[in-house]
Design a binder for this molecule. Structure first.
Ligand code: BGC
Ligand code: BGC
Length: 670
């Protein structure tokens, strides 16, 4: 049955049809009809002004015929196996074979054999074992497994891989070409480990800096998220000369960056027009670039204008099928997020017909995959999931696998397979760091530092690759690592030593052991400590005042400021924060975001090169507003702001002292 026929059979009538006609399916039971609420939501989506993406979609009859042929001999259990994505710590190669599993993932901080130091060759070996197992399920036309990973700022679970700046820093660079190159380099590193698929880019348009995933958002400006989505997907999914490609994921669909009070996985209450104008823009960019997979989001959506509550994305037929697949024409696969199905009311992590009926095709069910398979098979057998929906889901998975070249090429075929070297892209990352650091203050023209300067370095983040890299860096939350876990990397301290000479750089973390007057300048490297989803949220009601959460930074700065030498502060953070106190204690101030492994990109900006070459100039501009007040209100600087050294030659850009509010305990809720 060609896919269009499948659509005609299941999708279109189930979604748009308002008449209660039962449709023929492969099971005897009649498919459940959409509920009154679902019909209302589908009608609402249809009435909203969603533009169609400009994608050149050339239907490929040969490919569709292959899908039909592959699907035909599959048993129900094999089909459900295809739709199941366990985590690598919870499944063996033999289980992949026995259950005809279609996909695996490794979660944040999950490595082959739980070995953090696994090399590219170890990852590749595991990928090959999994693939072999997937080809031995007994199917006459075996279906290769697909492995997905969170390579979200470089191949970020793999020791020895270059880590690029997190998305917020790339947003400040305002350079889609750079993003395309980074995505290409990431795909190359991923190929070295035999992995097929990357859970990136995140296309959230973060609206509230309290959200702990703000740094995964390129910008609060939807136009830039859209431009970057396109460049990122093009770079990641570029064909290799051998006819394979790595797959990208547009995530998290939809509205993840718009939750109330910035609460992770929360409720996005916004009218449809804003969902379209803001939160959907990245998806247009990604779809236009041919993204093959979309990840459903943990958040819910309520449209206050119509009063319609769409509920959790994972259970929303209106959004996953009605909007994404029908209206936006997406013909790839929808993957659920980590146990995301379990958040749909009435579901558990191992059982959720509603999510599958809503349009989830591949289910990320990290641990309870056996139960999930049994429950889903039972739900099809007793008619709670139509067979046509299962066939559509498997067809989509097969379409994506075929388009990626997985049937023809094994992980070991890639030119980079097993190569440690392919994990590295240090020059590119250094360029990206240089392009992403925003100069916010340069009183007295402190920057650039002259070669030969002697500097005192203070602050907890000067010598910490964990702080510099943030979350999703070898571990999920970016914690539990030491500098030794990043064998090819420079801390800010190391980079300064390379730029100025080891003897000209003295490090005193608290700033209490040295007299600043023995130096030409002080460099304070301050900032947040690593976090990812959940842990990184600043609770509703708390302030954005950095010094309240990290008093050690204020203390270090107080120890060195006003002691007769100029102070440069580098803020290493996943987001703009209320830092007026730190700004006032600093002569110069640079927002370095979460630069990753290559701090030399920072020192390229800070230190004038030898032989009278001018220092590289700052070019980055804020991709988010910078808050003026502790509760996040007001603008210290608008989006688009960033100083340049060159501009300062003729002008006096001295920044006056900023207001420092008394320490506020509670901020009003939204
Ligand atoms: C995150 C996703 C990620 C997935 C797999 C989830 O908790 O929301 O962004 O891709 O885990 O690690
Ligand atoms: C995994 C992550 C995942 C998270 C979701 C962690 O244990 O390592 O990849 O996103 O759980 O809660």
């Amino acid at each position: 049955m060609p896919n269009t026929a499948l659509n005609a059979l299941f999708l279109t009538p189930l979604i748009w049809g308002l008449i209660g006609v039962a449709h023929a399916t492969q099971s005897d039971a009649e498919p459940p009809l959409p509920s009154v609420e679902q019909r209302q939501q589908l009608m609402a989506i249809k009435a909203q002004a969603w533009p169609r993406p400009e994608q050149a979609r050339t239907p490929d009859p040969a490919l569709e015929a292959r899908i039909v042929a592959l699907l035909k001999p599959m048993t129900l259990a094999q089909k459900v196996g295809q739709m199941t994505q366990p985590e690598i710590q919870s499944i063996t190669a033999d289980e992949i074979r026995r259950y005809a599993i279609g996909s695996v993932l490794n979660g944040g901080g999950s490595w082959p054999d739980k070995n953090k130091a696994a090399r590219a060759a170890d990852w590749l070996a595991l990928a090959q074992r999994y693939r072999q197992a997937s080809l031995q399920t007994g199917l006459a036309q075996p279906i290769p497994l697909i492995w997905g990973t969170d390579a979200i700022h470089g191949h970020s679970n793999v020791m020895g891989a270059t880590l690029f700046p997190h998305n917020i820093g790339l947003g400040a660079a305002h350079d889609p070409t750079l993003v395309r190159e980074i995505a290409q380099a990431t795909a190359k590193a991923v190929r070295a480990t035999g992995i097929d698929w990357v859970f990136a880019p995140t296309l959230a348009v973060a609206q509230n800096l309290r959200w702990g995933r703000s740094y995964e958002s390129f910008s609060s400006d939807p136009a830039w998220v859209r431009a970057y989505a396109k460049a990122y997907v093009e770079g990641l999914q570029a064909w290799t000369p051998r006819g394979t490609r790595t797959l990208a994921t547009a995530k998290h669909f939809i509205g993840d960056g718009g939750t109330e009070n910035g609460v992770d996985q929360g409720l996005t209450q916004t009218e449809a027009s804003k969902l379209i104008a803001v939160h959907s823009q990245g998806y247009y960019g990604a779809l236009e670039a041919g993204v093959q997979t979309v990840m459903a989001s943990f958040n819910s959506w309520t449209d206050p204008l119509s009063g319609i509550r769409y509920g959790k994305m994972h259970g929303s037929q209106a959004l996953l099928s009605g909007l994404l697949k029908e209206r936006l024409g997406f013909d790839g696969l929808v993957v659920s997020d980590w146990n995301g199905i379990g958040q749909v009311p009435g579901c558990s992590d191992a059982d959720c017909p509603q999510a599958i009926n809503a349009g989830v095709d591949l289910v990320m069910v990290p641990t309870l995959w056996r139960e999930f398979i049994a429950n889903t098979v039972a739900a099809v057998e007793d008619g709670r999931i139509p067979m046509a929906r299962i066939d559509d889901a498997v067809s989509r998975i097969l379409r994506v696998k075929l388009r990626a070249g997985l049937f023809e090429h094994a992980p070991g075929d890639a030119a980079e397979a097993g190569s440690q070297q392919a994990l590295l892209a240090r020059d590119l990352a250094r360029r990206a760091v240089l392009a992403s650091a925003v100069l916010l203050k340069n009183n007295g023209k402190l920057l650039p530092l002259r070669p030969g300067s002697r500097v005192l370095v203070v602050g907890k983040s000067a010598n910490s690759l964990a702080n510099q890299s943030g979350g999703w860096s070898l571990s999920w939350q970016g914690d539990l690592t030491s500098n030794a876990d990043f064998p090819h990397a420079d801390t800010v301290l190391a980079a300064l030593r390379k730029a100025l000479g080891a003897r000209a750089v003295v490090f005193d973390e608290a700033g209490t052991q040295q007299d600043p007057r023995r130096f030409d300048a002080v460099i304070a490297v301050l900032g947040e400590t690593p976090y990812a989803e959940g842990k990184g949220d600043i609770p509703p009601g708390d302030t954005l005042r950095h010094s309240s959460r990290h008093p050690e930074d204020l203390a270090a700065l107080r120890a060195v400021s006003g002691r007769g030498r100029p102070v440069l502060s580098l803020l290493i953070s996943g987001r703009p924060l209320f830092v007026n106190d730190l700004l006032n204690l600093s002569d110069a101030f640079v927002a370095a975001w979460l630069p990753g492994t290559e701090a030399r990109g920072l020192t390229d900006l800070l230190v004038q090169a030898r032989r009278a070459k001018p220092a590289q100039d700052f070019s980055a501009r804020l991709s988010f507003e910078w808050p003026l007040e502790p509760c996040g209100k007001g603008q210290a600087w608008p989006r688009g702001h960033g100083l340049q050294l060159a501009a300062q030659r003729g002008q006096d850009l001295t920044l006056a002292q900023l207001p420092e509010w008394p320490e506020i305990q509670h901020c009003p809720l939204e």
